[in-house]
Design a protein around this ligand. Structure first.
Ligand code: CUA
Length: 327
């Protein structure tokens, strides 16, 4: 077994918030729903009463000055004052909610740098000094500042249960601060159309207790596992000698030390076997799917930048043996 999707019940809804930033946005949503329902009910009741009073058989009352005054009271009250009050209340609640959403990294926040690519997520933990792909782990109860940018087109970072959307722009860095107050798995996917595989641009976000988070960081900081067995040892040579190594890096191998960190072409593979999916959520990470992916990535995820690996049958088998050990 190379890896499995996280089994914990995922929480994807923005109305099921698991942190203060998402909760503030959800509160505004409920307030808007409540006010909207109230205004609609008032309108519906007034309409029903009006229709009941003015049945076709009823004698129309002459529009004296008294009637006209009552009509203008309804128009001003229902058409001007009520909407104004609703808009002002929503405006005040929105401004209040925005104060829950800092735009600068607070003191002691964990910084995570996320770069959008067509179509995957490059994830860097600058303080711990490692890079991974398509997965983010967070410590529960601690502010996390995401520094968001893009290597190509505009993408959008959105973890609905934790915060609202924030764009990843090619020419700048946006900061999104959030906090997860409950441990869990939070599905996330790109929220801005970014090309053919926009829908297959998933990010797995896991919030866990600080001790588990530290353990995860420790595993991700380790270089790629030393291959055991002749097939895996040969597989590493295949990787380093093939076109794979011109886009992908595996920490601890000779090419990784020479790699230019600023020009990431493909997802880092250091702990590939430990990741739940391939192709940013395109398929589960199983030995069969990985073999299919390497043989013809376009059959799995059409339009992806990775070309099919031109390898002999033996080389491919050894490469897969090596990749399966990268935990
Ligand atoms: Cu990236 Cu849509």
């Amino acid at each position: 077994m190379v890896g499995t999707r996280a089994v914990a019940e995922p929480r994807a809804g923005s109305l099921d918030p698991a942190g203060p930033v998402a909760a503030a946005a959800a509160d505004v949503w409920w307030l808007m729903l409540g006010l909207g329902a109230f205004a609609f009910t008032v309108f519906a009741v007034a309409l029903a009463v009006g229709l009941r009073r003015h049945t076709p058989s009823a004698e129309p009352s002459p529009p004296g000055s008294d009637g006209r005054e009552r009509t203008s009271r309804w128009i001003i009250g229902g058409g001007v004052i009520l909407p104004l009050v609703v808009v002002l209340v929503v405006f005040a609640a929105t401004v209040d909610a925005l104060r829950e959403m800092p735009t600068e990294a607070p003191e002691g926040a964990l910084v995570v740098e996320v770069t959008g690519h067509q179509w995957w997520w490059e994830v860097r933990y600058p303080d711990a000094g490692f890079t991974t792909a398509n997965e983010v782990h967070l410590p529960v109860g601690r502010d996390v500042a995401f520094r968001l940018t893009s290597a190509d087109v505009i993408h959008s970072f959105w973890v609905p249960a934790l915060a609202g959307k924030m764009d990843l722009l090619p020419d700048g860095t946006n900061v999104l601060v959030l906090r997860a107050d409950e441990a869990g798995t939070y599905p996330s996917r790109c929220a801005e159309f970014c090309g053919l595989q926009h829908a297959a641009m998933e990010l797995t976000v896991v919030a866990e207790p600080e001790a588990d988070f530290d353990e995860w960081v420790a595993t991700r900081r380790r270089p790629g596992a030393e291959p055991a067995g002749t097939a895996a040892v040969r597989g590493r040579e295949v990787f380093l000698d093939s076109a794979c190594a011109s886009c992908h890096t595996i920490a601890g191998t000779s090419e990784a030390d020479a790699a230019d960190e600023d020009a990431v072409e493909g997802p880092v593979l250091t702990h590939l076997a430990d990741r739940p999916t391939l192709g940013a959520g395109a398929v589960d990470n199983t030995p069969g799917e990985l073999a299919a992916w390497i043989t013809d990535p376009h059959a799995v995820k059409s339009g992806v930048a990775m070309p099919a690996a031109e390898l002999t049958h033996a080389d491919r088998a050894d490469l897969l043996a090596y990749l399966a050990e990268l935990r």
